[in-house]
Design a protein around this ligand. Structure first.
Ligand code: MEV
Length: 439
């Protein structure tokens, strides 16, 4: 068994690489070479990447693709997507083109409120705590002024602090439930700094409050942290058209297609196994744009899935109806995104992605990301209810199989050509490859 490593973070990058390669890989020389191959030749750029995180050994590439032709509120966008899964970008592009001819996507911001909480324990009567809180609320805001001043100049800041009694769920447990507007910033650092200041002020004021007994003064701050569940930082994206415009290639009519789409969405509303996969397809689109624009996709994932489960049952994030001959398909999704600060200022490709998106505000980016999710879901579900997913997916995945097999450019060309007319399955690709090799 390996011994624990002491002082790893203090080693130089090359010593870290050697230590890991020598102790954890079968061929240390090859491992070192591989890690170095992925370094950027521009040392300044590499240093920038090294300093994004800790103990950096190398870079881990994701393809950056682009899905053009997204008409959103009458503006045309080409959407950058960072994702490793084949067929996602193609599906987004296909859905964009489909809706381009049918009026495009319409979006609305339903709210931009962010949330953070100070979790604390208090042992006295709730009435006393309420009186104390009302008295010191202005002080909480005042003492955080040094943190909020700049955000206020940009039109944001702390919108409210509320005392919440959670003692029904856990004895002596209360919260300062705080709401914020952070404009174009995602705002995590701003919110967490404000919360920690609120916690400090709250504790200090309690110590000096004459209305508390000695024991009541000893408020225990458990933690102060933003919440990634932001039900009021919500965006809606929608497409609609008369049913007869839903004609798609294949055996079913526009009416049948519309009905099947609605049925598929209904299934994802009542059946969590399907809902999770349905929403995973939506996140293919959402995450890819969130990553390309330098936002925190784990935060988005956590918040979106909490939203999907808000009624106590995990459900589809998208909705579909047929009313008066009109097919309507929409998504409502919480997205706390930023277009300033963090990686947006540091990562050259993130800067470029935002430029391609016409330097959006955070609200505009929320709309673009929601559209990417809706488009992805439309593409996936329309394939599922017609041809099945594998036909399109395997066509896109063909190149990955050929690369795994080590096919050369000529072999790839011949085999891709063969599968233009034939259904792609893994075993058929292997058979084609082997027969080509043996001839
Ligand atoms: C695959 O990455 C995503 C899908 O499974 C989504 C869905 O089933 O709706 C195709």
């Amino acid at each position: 068994m390996m011994k624990p490593i002491e002082g790893f973070s203090k080693l130089t990058k090359i010593d870290k690489i050697k230590l890991i390669a020598n102790n954890y890989t079968a061929d240390p020389e090859a491992a070192i070479k591989l890690l170095e191959q992925y370094w950027h030749e521009d040392e300044k750029l590499q240093k920038l990447h090294d300093e994004f995180i800790e103990n950096t050994l190398s870079n881990f590439f994701l393809p950056l693709g682009i899905a053009p032709n997204f008409l959103i509120n009458d503006n045309l966008y080409a959407i950058p997507m960072a994702i490793e899964e084949s067929s996602v970008v193609a599906a987004a592009s296909k859905a964009a083109k489909f809706w381009l001819k049918r009026g495009g996507f319409k979006t609305t911001i339903l709210g931009t409120e962010k949330i953070g909480q100070v979790h604390f324990m208090y042992t006295g009567p709730v009435e006393k705590l309420n009186t104390f809180f009302e008295k010191i609320k202005p002080t909480l805001l005042e003492e955080a002024k040094h943190l909020t001043r700049n955000m206020e100049k940009r039109g944001g800041g702390v919108s409210n602090i509320e005392l919440r009694d959670k003692t029904q769920d856990l004895a002596n447990y209360y919260q300062l439930h705080c709401t914020f507007e952070t404009k174009d910033a995602m705002g995590a650092n701003f919110i967490n700094s404000c919360l920690e200041q609120f916690a400090t002020t709250f504790k200090e004021e309690a110590q000096n409050y004459d209305g508390f007994t000695h024991e009541e003064k000893e408020i225990e701050i458990v933690m102060s942290i933003l919440s990634n569940y932001v039900p009021n930082c919500l965006v809606r994206a929608e497409v609609s058209c008369p049913i007869e415009q839903l004609e798609i290639k294949g055996a079913i009519t526009a009416q049948q297609f519309a009905e099947k789409m609605v049925r598929a969405i209904t299934i994802a509303k009542i059946e969590p196994h399907r809902a999770v996969t349905h929403n995973k397809g939506i996140m293919n689109g959402i995450d890819a744009v969130v990553i390309a624009t330098g936002n925190d996709f784990r935060a988005i994932e956590a918040g979106v899935h909490a939203h999907a489960a808000k009624d106590g049952l995990y459900k589809s994030l998208t909705h579909a109806t047929i009313e008066n001959g009109i097919f309507k398909f929409w998504i409502e999704v919480p997205l706390a995104l930023g277009t300033v600060g963090g990686l947006t200022r540091l990562h050259p490709l993130v800067k470029l992605a935002l430029e391609i998106l016409q330097k959006p505000s955070a609200e505009e980016l929320m709309q673009i990301v929601a559209v990417a999710g809706l488009a992805q879901n439309f593409a996936a579900v329309s394939s599922l209810v017609t041809t099945g997913i594998q036909e399109g997916h395997m066509k896109m995945h063909l190149m990955n199989i050929l690369n795994q097999l080590g096919a050369n450019e000529n072999e790839k060309k011949i085999i891709v050509n063969h599968f233009k007319e034939n259904k792609v399955t893994h075993s058929d690709v292997v058979a084609q490859f082997e027969s080509l090799k043996n001839n």
